[in-house]
Design a protein around this ligand. Structure first.
Ligand code: ADP
Length: 373
């Protein structure tokens, strides 16, 4: 669509006279009319040409108007095109169904030119605003993605050199130098996590995060994560117990991304628990929500500060962190759970939690089994 008001409008109408009348009308409004006599022809045209708006007759000889609408809205390439349905005066039931299925508007036959013009202008205006928001959002995601990528190289250098200094490679350090270096190293570690989270969220939002699926043992992933977090957990005088069911079936997922999810949940469990806290990780085969098939069930339970009922809906939102002092004392960017939820759902699983303030929280995660693939 160009900056003036000219749009390419697909007219799906089986009646020759109405089709010609609509096309004349659209041309008189300065638009380009693309006529189609039935559903199949319209779908053919949509494969080859891009249009800005669709006028769709509800009564077609081959495919019903509502079925075409469903097909359009189920297609990621076409679902953004606004659809105005054309219906008979007494077709209110059909119009309601069409609006429920995602039609933007409707006109009734015999149509009035001024009315049609106003409906088209309003649908095109809405589409323009939606396109502008989408473009701005895409530009923002691109920007975050480029910036986080560019930050990675200098950060790797800072981390590498501070690790070398800490290891004594450049000579012995006095106590003060050692303390300062440890602070540098810890902070660059925090920055690296934040940058990597920002990069993940921008790739998820832009639909550019690719997963590599394989059949894997979730018990192995749990083992790795617990081993790499043990030091932090013990430093807080907390304990972690792992209960893995026998005969655990392999899951179908992306090993690194499942590991990222578990690592986020485990680090939250120890960050938001005080000294002496107990963390329990359970993995077992469970029943899927359809009540028939099996799936993997994972629980991470802590005895920490808990999540307030009023924060229930917010914890999976980007950048959300509870106002609690116990939470604010810990480092975090508020992206871990939002990324975890996306990653779990992209792998066909679900994530939820139960929590009691002052008593603790249990996160539940499911993953599909490899045998279902
Ligand atoms: P971050 O930990 O970086 O703040 P997350 O997205 O992982 O971000 O978590 C969002 C918020 O949810 C946390 O700041 C905290 O308020 C709450 N939260 C998450 N996990 C727990 C938990 N196990 N116990 C208590 N609060 C939690």
């Amino acid at each position: 669509m160009n900056s003036t008001d000219t749009a390419a409008i697909l007219v799906i109408e089986d009646d020759l006279t109405t089709r010609a009348l609509l096309a004349d009308n659209l041309r008189a409004q300065g638009h380009q009319a693309v006529p189609a006599k039935d559903g199949s022809q319209a779908l053919d045209i949509l494969q080859k040409e891009s249009v800005d708006l669709i006028l769709l007759d509800m009564m077609l000889p081959d495919i019903a108007g509502l079925t075409i609408l469903e097909m359009l809205k189920a297609n990621p390439e076409l679902r953004h095109i606004p659809v105005i349905v054309i219906s008979a005066m007494d077709g209110m039931d059909g119009i309601i169904k069409a609006i429920e299925l995602g039609a933007d508007d409707y006109v009734t036959k015999p149509f009035n030119s001024l009315f049609l013009k106003a409906r088209i202008a309003s649908s095109l205006e809405k589409k323009r605003s939606r396109d502008a928001v989408e473009a701005a959002n895409k530009a923002k995601s691109e920007f975050v993605s480029v910036v986080s990528h560019e930050l990675r190289t200098p950060m790797t250098a800072i981390k590498g050199y501070s690790d070398l200094l800490l290891a004594g490679t450049a000579g012995t350090l006095n106590d003060m130098q050692l303390t300062f270096l440890k602070t540098i190293s810890a902070n660059v570690g925090r920055m690296a996590t934040l940058v990597s989270d920002l990069s993940d969220i921008s790739r998820i939002e832009a639909g550019r995060l690719k997963l590599e699926f394989e059949a894997l043992s979730i018990a192995d992933v749990v083992d790795d994560i617990v081993r790499s977090s043990r030091q932090q957990i013990e430093a807080r005088k907390q304990r972690v117990g792992v209960e893995i069911a026998e005969n655990l079936l392999p899951v179908w997922g992306d090993r690194n991304r499942i590991s990222q999810v578990l690592s986020s949940l485990l680090s939250n469990a120890y960050k938001y628990s005080s000294e002496g806290g107990e963390i329990t990780i359970r993995v077992k085969n469970g029943l899927a929500s359809d009540g028939n098939s099996a799936e993997a069930h994972l629980e991470i339970q802590d005895t920490g500060v808990g999540i307030h009922p009023e924060d229930r809906e917010k914890v999976f939102e980007k950048f959300f962190r509870a106002k609690d002092g116990a939470v604010r004392d810990e480092t975090g960017g508020g992206l871990g759970l939002s990324i975890a939820k996306n990653l779990v759902e992209m792998q066909g699983g679900r994530i939820s939690f139960e929590s009691k303030v002052g008593k603790g929280t249990t996160f539940y995660v499911t993953f599909p089994l490899a045998s279902d693939e």
